[in-house]
Write a protein that binds this ligand. Sequence first.
Ligand code: ADP
Ligand code: MG
Length: 260
Amino acid sequence: MSVLTAEGLSLNLGGARILDGVDLVLRPGEVTAVVGPNGAGKSTLLACLAGLLRPDSGQARLGSEAVLAMPARRRAQQIGFLPQAPEIAWAVDVETLVGLGRTPFTGFGGASDVDKAAVARAMAAAELEPLAGRIVTTLSGGERGRVLLARALAGEPAWLLADEPMAGLDPAHLIDAAELFRALAHEQGKGVVLTLHDLTLAMRVAERVVVLSKGAVVADGPPLEAVTPDILARVYGVDARLSQGEGGTMVELVGRRPKG
Ligand code: ADP
Ligand code: MG
């Protein structure tokens, strides 16, 4: 499987610099967490990596290929994208929506047995069997999040880029999602890139953390190197303490630093 790289990605929107020369080499078989304050550019970075946004300069590459130059169908087979707080407008049942994740593969003959098996695996991975027949517009936010995760998994992409996929999940589904992302990377060798706000969770799920601030990478490395009290003070303006808990490192927010 290929590395996914950002090479000098820069993007201006509405006169503001949203991404400012982002260089990253993301490796398959790893979970990378992208963290940073609101408006840091996390969603924009993910969309550029997925080929959904065109940067003003620089490029995203999958292996040696420019992501934007890939035919849409093949790109969709390679890179699954899970948008942030997605809207589901269609009143279809869960299984049908998850099945849409196979669209990049489905031929004119409709869903094959291979497609059906992939949908079933994705439904199982997101524990959606009990909800299979439910109409998606009637589900809770966290349940919908799992449906959209399953839709992305159904395409079995080599890369999964997920924008705040853990938001709105209850504690049990949070742990399940963390284990699922880790299994996708460690057991199936996929590249997994997540944006999230919960730093404790980021350190627990990822072996690499990228800290983004004002469109630029300010730290990038193993959790304990990238997430330090000093960096959190600089980037978020908070005092934080790190401690070792039974489930891993915990980030305790002590308070806000004086502004200025
Ligand atoms: P994050 O996901 O880290 O919260 P985003 O990537 O969503 O940040 O946004 C980065 C910045 O870009 C924000 O300040 C946001 O307001 C701005 N932005 C996003 N889209 C547009 C747009 N279409 N026009 C102008 N500014 C935008
Ligand atoms: Mg965002």
